[in-house]
Design a protein around this ligand. Structure first.
Ligand code: UN1
Length: 500
């Protein structure tokens, strides 16, 4: 299927522009979830490796901040072109390490390419503001200043897109970066660091330290010289990071998942709704923070929707994502499969009605990988655990409701607030829904996935802490506002006092 190879058997950290083994002697295998083959080994780095990376980033940051932003951006353009040139290689490697089907891998790499060109454009903007002063002959402005050394911690489910949402704005704004990618998917980090190197990024501006969250991640969060942590991952880990960063008054941006719903009203185009649900629930095998895991359906169209969903679910092809005909790839690892299985049992015990799926697929070649059948529960009530907790797999809970108002209430009555969607043809409901759905992202007549990189990405409530990835909002994470007053009156003017 794929002829892509990587020359390394063991990956190295990238610190101060060099590929170094570091002091950690331990490695862990990177396993292809489609067939359990080992692709490469990744180092489990130590606190000292993190310290070396931070030292290099700190030294490089002084110089980097002085490089004019349009010149910093030139490197991002170069990165974008190299990513474009290597799109197919990157996509195939992404499918190998993560499992997502090749079409989606190409889509994810495209997100990274788009982010490179978009943020490169910011090198010629990075707008601040001029503001009139209270006093005569005095000039006032606010400008964006880099924060310093930025720590980014990225998940395995979007190992290249999310890294670009964070590192590109950080770099163009004059920060330097220490990046810990997920140990499950280090190849994207390895390839992206090589691309940055080729694009001429000065040494120390981007540093990659491979390893576990409990060792490398913790060391980053605790390191005094890392001034921002940008994290995407699980809720538990995010909350711990928030607590620690709070104690240190360290800036922190968190994105921690969702319990996203598609609402299907009785006036919806049902064919379109079925397509939207299938794509956002079973695409990436449900392993997206934005994945649809609840369908809130008006009782008048419940049965019709169930029937049509079941027909289309039958057609989903499941297998190795490198095969272009496959629509649903494997689950990342055996641990994730166990968690999904537990939720199937919980759903049954809670009295939900299992209409399809609910089991591991292990016939023939599938026995070597981690495959789970697309699953549909119906007659789910809003308070059931399967309707409240993030499962992160191809499992959808259908919740019947009697009205538009009830649909909105059910949508909002969960801990998370990332993405939501409504299928309706009623223009009044469209506008009411975009106002009342309490998530950071709202779709009308589309599923819950597919956010575009030039809009802010993130959510409310338990999904995050108010910051956003990508879009111009990302610049707020990686810059500090500096207010500058220039008095050219030749005398000491006192604000608030000498105002005539
Ligand atoms: C994620 O699952 O964390 O909106 C990111 C989407 C993709 C990104 C998902 N563009 O579904």
């Amino acid at each position: 299927m794929s002829s892509i190879t990587i020359s390394e058997e063991k990956l190295s950290n990238y610190i101060n522009g060099e590929w170094v083994n570091g002091e950690g002697k331990r490695y862990t295998p990177v396993i292809n979830p489609a067939n359990s083959e080992t692709i490469v080994e990744v180092p489990l780095s130590t606190v000292n490796d993190v310290d070396n990376a931070v030292k290099s980033a700190k030294t490089a940051q002084k110089e980097w901040a002085l490089v004019p932003a349009p010149q910093r951006a030139e490197i991002l353009y170069h990165v974008g072109y190299l990513m474009k040139e290597r799109k197919e290689r990157l996509s195939q490697l992404l499918t190998m390490e993560n499992g997502k089907v090749i079409e989606e891998a190409r889509g994810e790499v495209q997100e990274g390419i788009d982010m490179a060109f978009y943020m490169a454009g910011e090198g010629r903007r990075l707008f601040g503001q001029t503001t009139p002063s209270e006093l005569k002959d005095k000039f006032a402005m606010s400008v964006r200043a880099p924060v310093g050394v930025v720590g980014i911690i990225t998940p395995w489910n979007f190992p290249i897109a999310i890294a670009t949402w964070k590192s590109f704005p950080a770099i163009v704004a004059g920060n330097t970066v220490v990046w810990k990618p997920a140990t499950e998917t280090p190849l994207m980090a390895f390839e992206l660091a090589k691309i940055f190197e080729e694009a001429g990024l000065p040494k120390g501006v981007l540093n990659v330290v491979f390893g576990s969250g409990s060792e490398v991640g913790e060391a980053m969060v605790h390191h005094h010289d890392i001034r921002v942590i940008s994290f995407t991952g699980s809720n538990d880990v995010g909350r711990n990071i928030a607590g620690e960063c709070g104690k240190q008054l360290k800036k922190v941006s968190l994105e921690m998942g969702g319990k996203n719903a598609v609402i299907v009203m009785d006036d919806a185009d049902l064919g379109l709704a079925v397509e939207g649900i299938l794509w956002s629930a079973f695409g990436t095998s449900g392993q997206r923070c934005t994945a649809c895991s609840r369908v809130i359906v008006h009782k008048n169209v419940k049965e019709q929707l169930e029937e049509r969903l079941l027909v289309e679910m039958e057609k989903l092809t499941i297998g190795n994502g490198l095969d272009e005909t496959i629509k649903v790839g494997p689950i990342i690892n055996a641990g994730a499969i166990e968690k999904i299985k537990q939720y199937i049992e919980i759903g049954k015990e809670e009295g939900a009605n299992l209409l399809a799926g609910g089991y591991v697929l292990d016939e023939g070649e599938k026995a070597n990988g981690n495959y789970f059948a697309p699953t549909l529960f119906t007659d789910v009530t809003p308070s059931m655990r399967i309707a409240q907790e993030e499962i992160f797999g191809p499992v959808v809970s259908l919740i019947p409701v009697k009205s538009f108002d009830e649909a909105i209430e059910v949508n909002n009555n969960v801990e998370y607030g990332l993405s939501s969607s409504i299928f309706t043809r009623d223009v009044n409901r469209v506008f009411a829904a975009q106002r009342d759905l309490d998530t950071g992202i709202v779709y009308v007549n589309a599923g819950t996935t597919g956010a575009e990189i030039h809009l802010p990405f993130g959510g409310t409530k338990g999904t995050g802490n108010g910051h956003r990835d990508s879009g111009l909002a990302a610049l707020d994470v990686f810059t500090e506002w500096k207010s500058v007053y220039v008095d050219y009156s030749g005398k000491l003017q006192r604000a608030q006092i000498d105002v005539e």
